[in-house]
Design a protein around this ligand. Sequence first.
Ligand SMILES: [Zn+2]
Ligand SMILES: [Zn+2]
Length: 159
Amino acid sequence: MADLDRVRRWADALIALHLDPSVWSFGFDRATTRAGLCSYSMHRITVSRHLASRYEDDEIHQVLLHEVAHAIAGPRAGHGPRWKAVASDLGYEGKRLHGGAIADELAPWVGSCPNGHTHFRYRKPTRALSCAKCSRRFDLRFQIEWDRRELPRTAASRA
Ligand SMILES: [Zn+2]
Ligand SMILES: [Zn+2]
């Protein structure tokens, strides 16, 4: 698990290196369904305290690169080619992490199994799904319940 002080030091170093530290700042937030956030209005990059304490160092470092790339590329870039180019320059590998916490930051459907594992889908699942972490085979005891979450229309600025 990543040490929060160390995460903060990396974040501050990345901001000092790639952004204007008199403008941009870093902090932890309390999100549970996504790892990082780049707020263009606040000029602030935040990382989920909850996830940071569970992720490995390498993973949380990747989360930071992902968000710093958003800050550099600007809100209109979304996850498009410009953002991708900036991100890969920074060393972002674009791998799916831990159940795809980054890739799934914009997925509107969030599900949870009876044991609390979180799942994401871009479309509402049309059939019953059971949690693959709890059981390799379909098992009604581990059926996932789905909720639709509200994502702001200015999704680019939230991812
Ligand atoms: Zn489960
Ligand atoms: Zn993003």
